[in-house]
Design a protein around this ligand. Structure first.
Ligand code: HEC
Length: 139
């Protein structure tokens, strides 16, 4: 192999690498299942609805969790950050007291309420995996 060929090979390798790192997964990829969101709805209705409202619209003290308000705050961040925020602070009267599975199920319900598509797989409760899923306004 000549030095020129080697250089071409290295350069194309670098290009491929930058393409693959640029492709992060987003919430539009079908990251939760409808069964999981149904479980999350039950949790929401027992642990969150009193403050955040039936349609996730919030009340005079608590922010809404769906629609423009959600995107305004969360666009450009990850589902991991969103999950952590909920796990560390919610419900405000007993933060962190629900099982991790309940928190991730309730996140999937909030995704469904925001009309992000569902898919075949469940949202994992693994923080690293959640941190790989970006919240974007468009697919
Ligand atoms: C007793 C009332 C109360 C309950 C119950 C409650 N929250 Fe909250 N929540 C709040 C208040 C008040 C805030 C605003 C203060 C803050 O961000 O910490 C908030 C903030 C949030 C936020 C951040 C909103 C944003 O966009 O910045 C999320 C997400 C959230 N709550 C989700 C939940 C979930 C999910 C549950 C159920 C597991 C829940 N909350 C239960 C009162 C409540």
């Amino acid at each position: 192999m000549t030095r020129y060929q080697l250089a071409v090979l290295l350069f194309s390798g670098l290009c491929l690498q930058s393409i693959s790192t640029a492709q992060t997964m987003t919430i539009w990829a079908g990251v939760y299942s409808s069964e999981q969101a149904a479980r999350g709805e039950i949790i929401y209705n027992t642990a969150c609805i009193a403050c955040h409202g039936k349609d996730l619209g919030g009340n005079s003290n608590s922010p809404g969790l769906a629609g423009m308000g959600f995107m305004f705050l969360w666009e450009g961040r990850t589902l991991g950050t969103f999950f952590e925020k909920i796990q560390e602070n919610m419900p405000t009267d007993r933060p962190g007291k629900l099982p991790a599975q309940d928190y991730v199920d309730v996140v999937s319900y909030i995704m469904q309420a925001n009309a992000f598509p569902n898919g075949d797989n469940e949202l994992p409760k693994d923080l690293d995996a959640l941190n790989d899923i970006a919240i974007t306004a468009r697919p």
